[in-house]
Design a protein around this ligand. Sequence first.
Ligand SMILES: C[S@@+](CC[C@H](N)C(=O)[O-])C[C@H]1O[C@@H](n2cnc3c(N)ncnc32)[C@H](O)[C@@H]1O
Length: 274
Amino acid sequence: MAKMTDEEYLRIARFLKGRYGIDMSRKKEIISGRLENYIRANGWNTYTEYMNAVEKDNTGSLEKKLVNLLSTNHTYFMREPEHFTYLRQVVLPWIRKKEERTRDVRIWCGASSTGEEPYTIAMVIADYFGLEHGAWDTQVLATDVSTDVLRRAMDGVYSSEQVEVLPDNWKRRFFRKIISEDAYRVTDELKNEVMYRKFNLMDDFPFRKKLHAVFLRNVMIYFDEKTKKELIQKVYDAMEPGGYLFIGQTESINKEYCPFEHVRPSVYRKKEGK
Ligand SMILES: C[S@@+](CC[C@H](N)C(=O)[O-])C[C@H]1O[C@@H](n2cnc3c(N)ncnc32)[C@H](O)[C@@H]1O
């Protein structure tokens, strides 16, 4: 198969940026590395032939595969644990007080990847509400643009090594050992606490009710400044006054356009009463 030319690389990078906000500039090696075997195995001779097929395919399935291959999905349980401590100690008590009457908790995880993040959030919530949990509607909405990772999240199977970081009582309560495999499966109780949907962060937001907390961690690193700015504004508009936004600890939001109050590193808040 012919090597990827600069022109072909730019075409793929432009396609990803235009439709998904994913910025692959200076990532030619990564793109060709992730696509080469797939393209060869499926009989295309050049990246141009392949991209022609993607753009012609009305079913969208080739495009879906492209996104699955090129998105970076790295994640793990309890990633950036300070956020979960803050969720438990500050955010959930605030929601509990605010929604005393409706008992409706609305938390969205907007780049949920293979599920470790939304399941961690759901375990923190279950732990926090304790015996009262059943009386509250606490289901977490988890979305991602990649259907591959969503499928894995819904399947909920993780290796022993992946679940090792979790407290023993959570492991006992929310996981079942898979006999004959060095792996665990999430219980139905925990699965029911997370609703998975496919969603592209570039699209208009479909929320009917305002959100109390949003986790948008380690995804904006792939977006350019303009995309980030628009996304942050959409998130702000979709939130309850007083609501909290968590971003990745290596990320930041430019002060020039950030509508949120910065409450601590990587945690933002929409002003109460707004
Ligand atoms: C590195 S993972 C981060 C996972 C998790 N939030 C964490 O912090 O561990 C980035 C995720 O963002 C998703 N993603 C990238 N672009 C997206 C877009 N335009 N809309 C929705 N999800 C996107 C990828 O599919 C991937 O699963």
